[in-house]
Structure formats: structure tokens, C-alpha cells
Design a protein around this ligand. Structure first.
Ligand SMILES: [Fe+2]
Length: 440
């Protein structure tokens, strides 16, 4: 084939990506559910290795085990089958996208004891299959609770992307990512869960353009592989994939990975979205009439400029961002696009409760004797009581609280049923959970 780029190409011969043994803590262990918190020192060395923020990094089992055990993929699918919509799932059979089967997957019930891989392959009637699930953090507490502490460390070290992080599951025994070699638009982590290894090939944007003469994704990518940097991802390995790099994953045995893209929105689009939201909440005003001559457009521009300046001079933008930011903080930086809700836990005076870590609960005054509580990317407003602030503080300090004790804080002002109602609401938001004293 011929290449349109005048820049000399590197010699083909797939280079192996460096497997970074450091930074790594804790040491590899056989624990099934690892502690996803990487120490500050790990993140400091991550930043050093990243240099200008534009190179892939491959880490050897930094958590000592997969971020999430692959068996939780089956639980994820079962949960989605009760509540999800087909738009969260893509299924590819032998490389062909099958939206009819995605519909079937969320409508049906995975029989007990049947692995999801076998079941989807049966649906597909194909040896090779892939399934992709978006917004995993909305459907699986196991995934969300593993990713959030990991991301918290990253955000403390590198700052947080304004539009939040998502979790996207890629699973199957596909020959290659079904949509071929493609560009990632955000900085992302890829946590490989296993059980089999995955081969991953990466090209910088410059190299990809030299090789292909363009920027389009390519379903037929084989001729590009000799030029790629190749990585073998073992279960538990972590790959940092900077924005704009092209990549493809391949595997022949079943395995799952979770990608965590961190959305850093295009500033023009983000600003346009926010300003239009500000404009919608501002007082309705009609633009003045202007001259029906060449100068009319300049008069119109001047009037619009005045409107834009006035809109942005007020606190509308700050208020919209503040509201978004509180939701963002309360879910550990993970986006929430689906209004998932769980059955509140049954609580009585003998119950003990604690916060679901690492998700903070925020309590903000919202007008006359009212307070708004933010938790897990949701909020609700209630009448204020001094004990509410005390409750939120104690939960954020990770104290294990007896419901009987919490009820006494509200003394006679709130009935026991009202306190149990608030706690039940927080549990339905997945902000608190029942624990035994020993867990504190
Ligand atoms: Fe990708």
C-alpha cells in the first residue's frame, strides 16, 4: 500500500510497550477484592513517568489483583436485566452489531448458574462475540466502589476533569474491538479483569496519520499492527491511555476489561451548553429592532454582545456549575446518567449504619429553614434540623452510628418515623448502608 504522508515511517516490527513494575504497591497478593487505594507516593511517581501527560503507561497489577473480580460482570448483567434499557448495551456477534440482541439481553433473565459469556454466545449463535456496557458505575456498586477510591487518588494528584468519569465494560472472546482501530478522545484508564489476557495495540495520532493518511477509525487494521506498540494485559494490569491515541484490543479467549474515560469537554461545546442553560433561566427579553440595512447586523451583534455580557456577569453560570459540582463531588467524580434507585434497607432502632465510602454526603442550606442533601449524584430537600448537620458530619467521619442514637439527636422535634424515613432515603440513594458494629 502507499502512504500519503511525506514523513518517513518507522520500521515495522511491533515494539513491546514497557511493563512498569513501578510504581507498584501493594505487592501482588491473592486477595479477590483488592484495596483500590494507591498511595500518594504511587501517584507522585505516576506523574513523574507521565512527563507531559501524553504517553501510555502499563502497570503490572498495581492493586495486586483485578480491580474487580471478573465474576462481578455476571452480577452486573443480572442487575441490568431488572432495570436497564437496551441503550446501555451493545452486542457484536462475529463482529456484527446486533441491537436486537441487546434488547433481548435487557429484557430476558439470565438463568441461575449460567455464565453470562455462555448465555450471550448462545444468543449470538456465533463462536466469537463481544458485549459492551456503558455507565457501568450506575448499575454495579461493586464497580463504582472499586473505581471511585482509585480515581480519588488520581484526582488529588492530577486534578479532576470537569465532566466526570464513566466506566465502560468490554467483554467477550472477540478477535478485536468490533469497531476496529479507533481513537480515544479522553484520557482513560483500562483495568483488565481477565480471566484471559488481552493484547492491546497503540499508535500515537501522528503515527496513525502517517500510516493511514487520515484520522478515520479503521475496521481493517491488520496492516497497522507491525507499527504499533503492543502490550499484553494480564488480569489485574492497568493501562493509562492518553487522549488522542489510537488503539485496538484483541483476545481469543473470554475476558473482560473496564475502561474509565475521564471527560474533559471541548471548551466551546461546554461553554455553549452552559451559557444556553444560563440563558434559559434568565429573564425573558426580546432583542431590539435594528436597521434594515447593511449596518443592521452590527447593531444586532452589539445587542447580543450586551446580552451575553449581562448573562455572564450575573451569578447564573456559577449557580449552575455549583449545583453540578455538588452532584459531581457526591459521587466521587463518576457521572450518573441513569436514575438508578435501590430498595431502602429495613432499619429499626437496633440497626447500625455507616456511609458508603468514598462518596461524601453534602448538606447545604437552601432557603428558609430548608436544607438540600447531596449524595451519590442525587439530591433532595427537607426541613432543616441541627441534628441533620451532625448526622452528615458523623457519617462523613466514617463513624458507625446506631439508629437509636441518631433518633435521640433529633429529640422530640422529629418523630422516630421521620428520622427512619431520612435514613431510608439515604440508603435508597446508596449513600449509607447497614453495618455491624464490628465493621466500624
Ligand atoms: Fe477505545
Amino acid at each position: 500500500m502507499t502512504f500519503s504522508s511525506p514523513v518517513p515511517l518507522p520500521e515495522p516490527g511491533s515494539s513491546r510497550g514497557q511493563l512498569l513494575g513501578t510504581p507498584r504497591t501493594p505487592p501482588a497478593s491473592s486477595r479477590e477484592d483488592p484495596d483500590p487505594v494507591l498511595p500518594k507516593d504511587w501517584w507522585r511517581r505516576f506523574a513523574e513517568m507521565l512527563q507531559d501527560g501524553d504517553r501510555p503507561l502499563h502497570f503490572d497489577r498495581p492493586f495486586g489483583a483485578p480491580l474487580v473480580h471478573p465474576r462481578h460482570v455476571d452480577d452486573l448483567v443480572r442487575t441490568m436485566q431488572k432495570r436497564a434499557d437496551k441503550k446501555h448495551v451493545r452486542i457484536y456477534c462475529g463482529g456484527r452489531r446486533r441491537d436486537d440482541l441487546a434488547h433481548e439481553l435487557v429484557r430476558a433473565r439470565l438463568p441461575d448458574g449460567v455464565p453470562v459469556f455462555d448465555w450471550i454466545r448462545e444468543l449470538c449463535k456465533s463462536e466469537r462475540m463481544a458485549f459492551v456496557i456503558n455507565d457501568v458505575q450506575d448499575w454495579s456498586e461493586v464497580f463504582a466502589r472499586a473505581a471511585a477510591p482509585f480515581l480519588t487518588g488520581h484526582f488529588e494528584s492530577r486534578g479532576v476533569p470537569p465532566a466526570g468519569a464513566e466506566m465502560v465494560l468490554f467483554a467477550g472472546n472477540y478477535e478485536a474491538t468490533p469497531f476496529g482501530a479507533h481513537r480515544g478522545y479522553e484520557h482513560a484508564f483500562l483495568a483488565h479483569l481477565g480471566p484471559a489476557n488481552k493484547e492491546f495495540y497503540i499508535w500515537s495520532a501522528e503515527l496513525y496519520q502517517q500510516l493511514t493518511g487520515g484520522t478515520a477509525d479503521l475496521p481493517n487494521y491488520e496492516h497497522l499492527l507491525p507499527y504499533a506498540t503492543a502490550y499484553t494485559l494480564k488480569p489485574g494490569d492497568l493501562l493509562y491511555l492518553p487522549a488522542q491515541w489510537y488503539h485496538i484490543g484483541t483476545q481469543t479467549e473470554y475476558s473482560a476489561s473496564v475502561a474509565i474515560p475521564m471527560y474533559q469537554p471541548d471548551r466551546a461545546k461546554y461553554l455553549a451548553e452552559l451559557v444556553s442553560e444560563v440563558a434559559r433561566t434568565a429573564k425573558h427579553r426580546i432583542l431590539p429592532r435594528v436597521s434594515f440595512q447593511e449596518t443592521g447586523s452590527a447593531e444586532c451583534a452589539a445587542a447580543l454582545r450586551r446580552e451575553a455580557e449581562e448573562l455572564l456577569a450575573g451569578d447564573g453560570l456559577d449557580q449552575i456549575l455549583l449545583e453540578r459540582w455538588r452532584l459531581h463531588l457526591s459521587n466521587g467524580g463518576l457521572v450518573r446518567r441513569t436514575p438508578t434507585w435501590v430498595e431502602p434497607i429495613a432499619l429499626d432502632l437496633e440497626s447500625t449504619i455507616a456511609r458508603v465510602r468514598p462518596f461524601p454526603i453534602l448538606s447545604v442550606p437552601s432557603g428558609k429553614e430548608r436544607v438540600r442533601i447531596y449524595a451519590r449524584h442525587r439530591s433532595f430537600e427537607i426541613a432543616d434540623h441541627p441534628a441533620l448537620g451532625r448526622l452528615v458530619t458523623a457519617l462523613n467521619e466514617d463513624r458507625v452510628l446506631s439508629v437509636r442514637e441518631v433518633v435521640t439527636w433529633f429529640s422530640s422535634a422529629w418523630e422516630e418515623s421521620a428520622v427512619l424515613g431520612v435514613l431510608g432515603h439515604l440508603s435508597g440513594m446508596q449513600a449509607i448502608e447497614g453495618v455491624s458494629r464490628a465493621e466500624g
